[in-house]
Design a protein around this ligand. Structure first.
Ligand SMILES: Nc1ncnc2c1ncn2[C@@H]1O[C@H](COP(=O)(O)OP(=O)(O)O)[C@@H](O)[C@H]1O
Ligand SMILES: [Mg+2]
Length: 267
């Protein structure tokens, strides 16, 4: 379990995230939604150890991650697939990129896991290609693969379907279902219609703060009861859920989930 207690991070221009409190369970698909600029990517970078000068406390299984901060251990807490994958590549081949973490941490490569990820994301035939020669869709898939071969108990995926075409989107969804069997998955996405059915937990950010963080059932029950003020959920959840509910007022969470799933299948 990961907890954030009053976690804040400020860029030099004063923007950032403010007093974030949340809990992410060991096995989950935690969908983090929010408007552009609300702080989602910043929160993922802080969680994954990329932005170190934060205030507040992040714990994993009760242990302060600051204590886990020697490089090797840090890599095994939360791996991150960033929003813009091209910035992360620096090595000659796809295979080098995939094995980089194993190399620097002097761990054996988990070839079974690597092989499974390569199959799921259809990257096997690109192993000896330069990441810079990959088409943009494949670069994004490689970024997902690199994060997934790191044996961390949590993985954070920043906009995993951004730039992914219709043909490859099912691969990403299968990939996330596979990850969910093994670890906690944090997904930042604007594509609520796609990820709400997959998710187990919902977080919403607004202006650098977490305004909602709960399990999906509680979220949907409270939503149906009109518990959330429009300002909390307006950016994403309400219009899309409202669209799904047009002409089909759902009486229960299960009915609502069925409508959402059906809508998803029809796409
Ligand atoms: N490198 C940076 N330097 C300064 N400000 C930044 C930087 N990255 C993001 N920000 C600002 O921090 C806020 C949160 O950004 P971000 O975490 O990227 O939001 P989101 O991922 O939800 O779109 C925004 O106001 C953004 O302009
Ligand atoms: Mg972002």
């Amino acid at each position: 379990m990961i907890t954030c207690e009053n976690v804040s991070y400020r860029y030099p221009n004063g923007q950032g995230i403010h007093s974030v409190n949340l809990t992410i369970p060991d096995r989950c698909v935690y969908l983090l939604a929010g408007m552009n600029g609300s702080g989602k990517s910043t929160l993922l970078k802080v969680l994954a150890g990329g932005l170190k000068e934060y205030d507040g406390t992040i714990t994993m299984n009760g242990e302060d991650v600051r204590q886990l901060r020697t490089k090797q251990k840090r890599l095994f807490t939360i791996s991150l697939s960033p929003q813009q994958p091209e910035k992360q590549f620096s090595l000659p081949t796809v295979k080098d990129e995939l094995r980089f973490t194993a190399k620097v941490t002097k761990k054996p490569v988990d070839t079974e896991l690597e092989s499974h990820i390569l199959n799921l994301l259809q990257l096997r035939s690109y192993l000896d290609v330069s990441p810079f020669d990959l088409p943009p869709v494949k670069r994004k898939l490689l970024s997902l693969a690199i994060a997934a071969v790191i044996p961390a108990p949590f993985i954070a995926l920043d906009e995993p379907t951004a730039g992914i075409d219709r043909e490859h989107k099912p691969l990403v969804l299968q990939f996330i279902r596979f990850l969910f069997i093994h670890k906690g998955v944090i997904v930042v996405s604007h594509d609520i219609d796609t990820f709400l059915p997959l998710s187990t937990h919902i977080g919403i950010m607004s202006e650098g703060k977490i305004t909602v963080s709960t399990d999906k059932r509680t979220f949907l029950n409270k939503y149906l009861e009109g518990h959330y003020g429009a300002e909390l959920t307006r950016p994403f959840i309400i219009p899309r859920l409202a669209n799904l509910l047009v002409n089909q007022p759902a009486g229960s969470v299960d009915e609502l989930a069925a409508i959402i799933n059906k809508n998803n299948e029809n796409k």
